[in-house]
Design a protein around this ligand. Sequence first.
Ligand code: GUN
Ligand code: FE
Length: 446
Amino acid sequence: MAHILIIPKRIVTVDKQSRILKNYCVEIQDDKIKSIGKISKKTIKTFKGEVIHAEDLTLIPGFVQTHVHLCQTLFRGMADDLELLDWLQLKIFPYENAHDKKSLAASVKLGINELTLSGTTTILDMGTLRHQEVIFDELISSGIRAFAGKCMIDMNDLFPMFKSNTHDELKESYLLSKAFHNEANGRIKYGFAPRFALSASAKLMTEARDMMKDIPGSIFHTHSSENTHEVKAVRKKFKMNNIEYFNSLNLLDKNSVLAHCICVDKNEINLLKKKQVRVAHCPSSNLKLGSGFAPIPLYLKKGISVSLGADGAPCNNNLSIFNEMRLASLIQKPKYSPTAMDSETVFRLATIEGAKALHLENEIGSIEVGKKADIVLINLDGTAQSVYDEDENVYSRLVYSASGNDVKYVMIDGKWIVKSGKSKIYDQKEIMSEAKIELKKLLSRV
Ligand code: GUN
Ligand code: FE
């Protein structure tokens, strides 16, 4: 197994003291960070294993995205300039409904390739209605760390063809969770994923929650309170606001990840806090679909868990965490003040807070001895970079100026996924041409 010594310019640890270390190297043994020590010529000379001279790169924790849709990557640029419910009804549900195993695999590969090349090492994926095992197979073989689960839909007024029945949805989810939870050295975990209040019945959601008792460490992942039309429809159907409705079904606790949480009232915010719900904030998606601004500074002030996600490619249209970090900061400043969402706070949301949201904070999210070797080496001296003292403004560089292209090395679970800016798992040309062929075939099935 791996025995690797990395010699970076500096380490942004994201540990409890937010230490930034200079003249330190990191030793990786198998899947873990074995030691972090002062660089000495002797250590380097006598090291028996791979030595990575990254003296021009900054070592940071791998990024965590707590809301993505790998199955949608194929549909990038095909659903622009629409609001959520039209976007789902006219484009996304018909497209997802037309997936077969091959088109799904092609989509997932594109997504994982883009995510890993831009430094994301852990994701929470929403899955899709059919062929979920294809997503798991690809997650396992790619090397990425993931929570994922079959997207459950047992009612669908927007696109009635795109659903199954409650019993089969639950049974299939259960079998998938039994088959894949904790697979691949624990790298893969199960996230039960009813799509949203309008497409998953109360019975489906509550019974899925009950199943989680049988799958310790699994989580519950859905969308909530994303736009005004959606929350209006939820109110009409259930006579309650979305988060109040979820609470009435006992769906909310520290194992629940809710994407968006934009259109919420005071009582719902209090519920998020009281129930320790994890909010997955997706600023690009929220802007592009015109959904709105989630009150993230307020959530953080209250101590509500917030982490970041790119959502799907057709509502973004990019999966790089760097766009999400930058926007998560910038969009709040006009309302809350330029001092809100400073770069260090936002960098923590994209790393350790994402890990905490998924209860993986003892394994990932920071560079500390004993943690999993999920690491990124990034160039913070690119063409769009500050020339001011890097030690003084490393978070500024990371959040406001860096991009996915600056990521040069990515390791997950002790395995190199990206080296010298090139993917070790996918051939870009090959997966792009496969995706083009599969998309053409998929469109003939729509
Ligand atoms: N709500 C239900 N499904 C979806 C989806 O695929 N994307 C987003 N952004 N919101 C949703
Ligand atoms: Fe989503």
